[in-house]
Design a protein around this ligand. Structure first.
Ligand code: KIV
Ligand code: ZN
Length: 520
């Protein structure tokens, strides 16, 4: 049988979420998982269930709710990890996978695990067999495969196959491999490991040297038929293989890939990228291939002229093929609730009646301030609605004065959810700028001492009246970065709301936090 289908394994919700500051709430993860299913990924690695109760519940919910892709849970070759993964993916039934991993390189064996080669083989066998007791579909990863001695790697892979693994993933855990070397490794293992013909080989690359996509493509040339990656390439350190880039490279340069193909619905790529960017508060660089705002923007007159004469002179892909230019007509303040609800459905959001009512109320406020409400504006409102942050504090009023000859001063009034009858607390502060003054005034009321570690302001849509989306990352003193987001037509108010959102996450601990040291 011709083996020309590349299986796409998405790990945005697991490796992607390991990106510092990219933590998502279970509801945000569920929305992403639903969109990944629409995108047509084959497997969703939904999380690392043993890491925390939140991770477990989130994997379980995705396994229950998301139909289509296989749902996978990650586990070390440790009984409690495998049991957690097995229970979490149970609702997916036959469409559940457990992914077990174990360090195999000399560095991992000697310094991380303190185990000899034969002990590693025994642990791998035990891990795979234990996972097999839960599901048929078991993936095994010799972690740091690309820095593992080839003859030992052959032995580990043979043992895992013999124990029942159905997919063997050979990760370039540290992003160290070069394409030629990574391809060679796949060819060698596939040619030499007993049982290799009966399993799928998988590539999992990190981008420390900017080679993650190139290495994944090389692995496919070497025989891999599963590729792991994330949307927008988010992930541990420099990130993972950007799936949108990998998928479009195989499609656009199919002459180099011998008819290989994926099942990805590429017109969903831009939409998926934007959703992930918004949910995990990671802006997509403008010049990012495929999904960046400039990916199909032609600056020079010569290029523009060429494009007008024949698009292919300077464009190797049709932007519509990846989902650019497919947006609907914007809504206006005259649009009714049914129109907003139908647009939310069209955008792929599964909202309850209460969600729609809350979003519609915010839509009306915004519609009064700006002429058109675009799909991106609406998505920003959805994000605010589903962030699941208990509102310990809410903003009642903010007034700021600043100017070239004025000391920036802010007066803020907040409401505490536990205070009866909407009792309000007010304070004022000066600051280095209007935002600083506003945040200091809020700190005085909430008795917090947040340190602003990152601040990003982005226009959600076009025009001078565009919604400004503010994303902050704040350290409230425990060393963790807490993300806060808000959108408003007034950037100072948006900044205050984003800070309040972060403070509420911190005070309500609704930000998923893994116990330190348990993430792979
Ligand atoms: O990079 C890596 O090695 C991993 C494993 C858990 C597969 O993410
Ligand atoms: Zn990884």
């Amino acid at each position: 049988m011709k083996n020309d289908r590349i299986i796409i394994f998405d790990t945005t919700l697991r490796d992607g979420e390991q990106c510092p500051g990219a933590a998502m709430t279970p509801r945000e993860k569920l929305e992403i998982a639903r969109q990944l299913a629409r995108l047509g990924v084959d497997i969703i690695e939904a999380g690392f269930p043993v890491a925390s109760e939140g991770d477990f519940a989130s994997v379980q919910e995705i396994a229950r709710e998301v139909k289509g892709p296989v749902i996978c849970g990650l586990a070390r070759c440790v009984p409690k990890d495998i049991e957690a993964a097995g229970h979490a993916i149970k609702p997916a039934g036959k469409k559940g996978r457990i992914h077990v991993f174990l360090g195999t390189s000399k560095l991992h064996r000697e310094f991380k695990l303190g185990k000899a080669q034969n002990e590693i083989i025994r642990l791998a066998i035990d891990g795979v067999k234990r996972a097999k007791a839960f599901v048929k579909d078991v993936e095994f990863s010799p972690e740091d495969a690309s820095r593992t001695e080839l003859d030992f790697l052959v032995k580990v892979v043979e043992a895992a196959i013999e124990a029942g693994a159905t997919t063997i993933n050979m990760p370039d855990t540290t992003g160290y491999a070069t394409p030629a070397e990574y391809e060679r490794m796949f060819r060698h293992i596939i040619a030499n490991a007993r049982g290799a013909k009966n399993v799928i080989f998988s590539a999992h690359c990190h981008d420390d040297l900017g080679l993650a996509v190139a290495n994944a493509l090389a692995a496919v040339q070497g025989g891999a038929r599963q590729v792991e990656g994330t949307i927008n390439g988010i992930g541990e350190r420099a990130g993972n293989t950007a799936l949108e880039e990998f998928v479009m490279a195989v499609r656009t340069r199919n002459d180099m890939f011998n008819g290989l193909h994926t099942g990805i619905k590429h017109r969903e790529l831009v939409k998926t990228s934007r959703l992930v960017s918004r949910m995990c508060s990671f802006p997509v660089p403008r010049n990012k291939a495929i999904v960046g705002a400039n990916a199909f923007a032609h600056g020079s007159g010569i290029h523009q002229d060429g494009i007008l004469k024949k698009r292919e002179t300077y464009e190797i892909m049709d932007p519509r093929d990846v989902g650019w230019g497919l947006t609907e007509l914007p809504l206006t303040k005259h649009s009714g609730r049914a129109a907003v609800a139908s647009r939310l459905k069209h955008l792929g959001f599964k909202m309850t009646d209460d969600d729609v009512a809350a979003i519609f109320a915010r839509f009306k406020e915004i519609g009064d301030k700006k002429k058109f409400v675009y799909d991106d504006d609406l998505s920003a409102l959805v994000e605010g609605q589903i962030a699941e942050v208990p509102e310990t504090w809410s903003l009642d009023y903010i007034s700021v004065s600043s100017g070239s000859q004025t000391v920036p001063t802010a007066t803020v009034r907040l409401k505490h959810s536990a205070k009866k009858d909407g009792e309000l607390q007010q304070d004022a502060s000066i600051g280095d700028g209007p935002v600083d003054a506003a945040l200091k005034a809020m700190d005085r009321i909430m008795k917090t001492r947040g340190k602003l570690m990152d601040y990003q302001l982005r226009a959600v849509s076009e025009g001078k009246d565009a919604l400004g989306e503010v994303t902050v990352k704040v350290d409230f003193g425990d060393g963790d970065l807490v993300t806060g987001k808000a959108a408003s037509t007034d950037v100072i108010e948006g900044s205050a709301r984003a800070y309040l959102n972060a403070a509420n996450r911190f005070l309500g601990h609704s930000q998923p936090r893994a116990p330190k040291g348990t993430k792979p």
